[in-house]
Design a protein around this ligand. Sequence first.
Ligand SMILES: N[C@@H](CCC(=O)N[C@@H](CS)C(=O)NCC(=O)O)C(=O)O
Length: 102
Amino acid sequence: MSAAKAKAQSLINENAVVVFSKSYCPYCKSSKDLLNKNGAKYKLLELDELEDGADIQKALEEISNQRTVPNIFIKQKHIGGNSDLQAIASKLPEMLKDAGAV
Ligand SMILES: N[C@@H](CCC(=O)N[C@@H](CS)C(=O)NCC(=O)O)C(=O)O
């Protein structure tokens, strides 16, 4: 396993909510806004600001079959991107509570 894949996987394993993001990405901003509105605590990685960000993005494609950001995990479950998160907005309070992220 590559170092980037091991890093991505342990971030997913060790955090209730993880958002792999890019700082300039409007879809990422929408997801972060929704999580913030719900009072969620989450691990945030801005891949464009990390030296190994491109490698992590490639690793995420292997892990989740998704290359775009945001790439969101709640309680180790792959949620998907912003459209997927918005689609479950009504269920988020319960999911975040269950994950221990609020
Ligand atoms: N439908 C996706 C759209 C996400 C998207 O297009 N993200 C862009 C960044 S704003 C992306 O990942 N582009 C490829 C890249 O940055 O490598 C969602 O809802 O999350």
